[in-house]
Write a protein that binds this ligand. Structure first.
Ligand code: TF8
Length: 337
């Protein structure tokens, strides 16, 4: 879109009336020109569906709202984008729950190790009371969280050091985890040697062998080509991770009610479709990664859970999240600590 400033520059010293007359021949600048940043390539379902939402918003708002996507860490790593969406330099961001938890600690509640058994439990909790609890906490940081979480996936472990079958195989394993206190605590509890690094650093950290292992959902391993620098993948399903679609609170409050309805409607619908995309992708992604050389093995959660209990992990995080949040989680997934 041609911004008003560009129009003025092109017309130089035209009198005001001349500019007004000339404007209709140009695409008028949107009333709300908004920026959305994330850390994924445009091919990931998150960006495909976000682009659809942006197109729908432009159409339904008759051009009053324009959302431009900055994918692939173009605006910096996750913690940079989180700072920008707080200050208002960025209007929308989709951090993983693990990452927004650096600001809103209880947001990591969905990532408690081996809590969720399947997607039914996940969506019941996150579209229900657990999600509502977290959204309220995000709101207190002057950020607005849209109602529907988007799916990142169940996280799996990959390594260049050989298969991980039980907790014993993690002894001293140098593993990259997100910049997340919960992830660091969990992997220490499992006996590994975790390093908290931004997502934008993962590929090169594995390539240069700063770390031997990492953990992410299969669609991320695929889209970020981590199979090129990892040999084994353990289907551990150790964390369910999702994205919160968040907006700068001041920007959100300044939107007229009719536009809020349009924006939230399109973003929440796109989130529901993105969940379906990941579900479909989950049916084929393992075969694709196998064909690219990644070797898979199954694991049972038992040895990992036992080790985490022994390390006091569940008790510690129950204390950190508080009885209310922990109670909501346990009523969704069963007793953990
Ligand atoms: C991490 C994140 C990632 C997501 C995804 C790439 O591993 O949690 O799973 O940010 O968008 O840092």
């Amino acid at each position: 879109h041609t911004s008003r400033r560009n129009v003025l520059r092109q017309f130089g010293a035209l009198p005001a009336a001349g500019i007004a007359a000339a404007l209709p021949t140009f695409a008028r600048a949107a009333e709300f020109s908004l920026k959305y940043g994330n850390n994924l390539p445009l091919t990931h379902p998150l960006n495909v569906r976000a682009q659809e939402a942006a197109d729908r918003i432009a159409k339904e708002s008759k051009g009053r709202v324009e959302i431009k996507i900055f994918p692939n860490n173009q605006l910096g790593g996750d913690t940079d984008m989180l700072a920008q969406v707080r200050s208002g330099g960025l209007d929308f961001f989709t951090p993983s729950a693990l990452v927004i938890a650096t600001l809103v600690p209880v947001a990591a509640i969905n990532a408690v190790g081996f809590a969720f058994g399947d997607y039914n439990q996940v969506w019941t909790a996150m579209d229900g009371k657990v999600g509502a609890h977290v959204r309220a906490a995000i709101g207190k940081m002057r950020l607005y969280a849209f109602e529907k979480m988007w799916d990142n996936g169940f996280r799996q472990m990959t390594s260049s050091r050989g298969p991980i079958a039980t907790a014993k195989d993690m002894d001293g394993l140098k593993i990259r985890v997100p910049v997340s206190p919960l992830s660091v605590s969990m992997f220490k509890g499992l006996g590994a040697s975790p390093a908290g690094l931004q997502f934008s650093e993962v590929y090169s950290a594995l390539q240069t062998k700063i770390v031997d292992a990492q953990e992410n959902p299969l669609p991320i391993i695929q889209v970020a080509k981590l199979f090129e620098v990892q040999k084994n993948c353990s289907l551990s399903n150790h964390i369910w991770d999702g994205f919160w679609f968040i907006a700068n609170g001041r920007m959100w409050d300044s939107l007229p009610a009719d536009l809020k309805t349009i924006v939230a409607g399109a973003i929440n619908d796109a989130g529901m479709k993105q969940r379906e995309d990941i579900k479909k992708l989950n049916e084929t992604v393992q075969a694709d990664l196998s064909s690219k050389g990644l070797q898979f093995n199954k694991t049972s959660p038992d040895s990992f859970r036992a080790k985490l209990r022994e390390a006091g992990f569940y008790g510690e995080w129950k204390g950190r999240f508080g009885d209310e949040a922990w109670g909501l989680l346990e009523s969704a997934v069963g007793k953990l600590a």
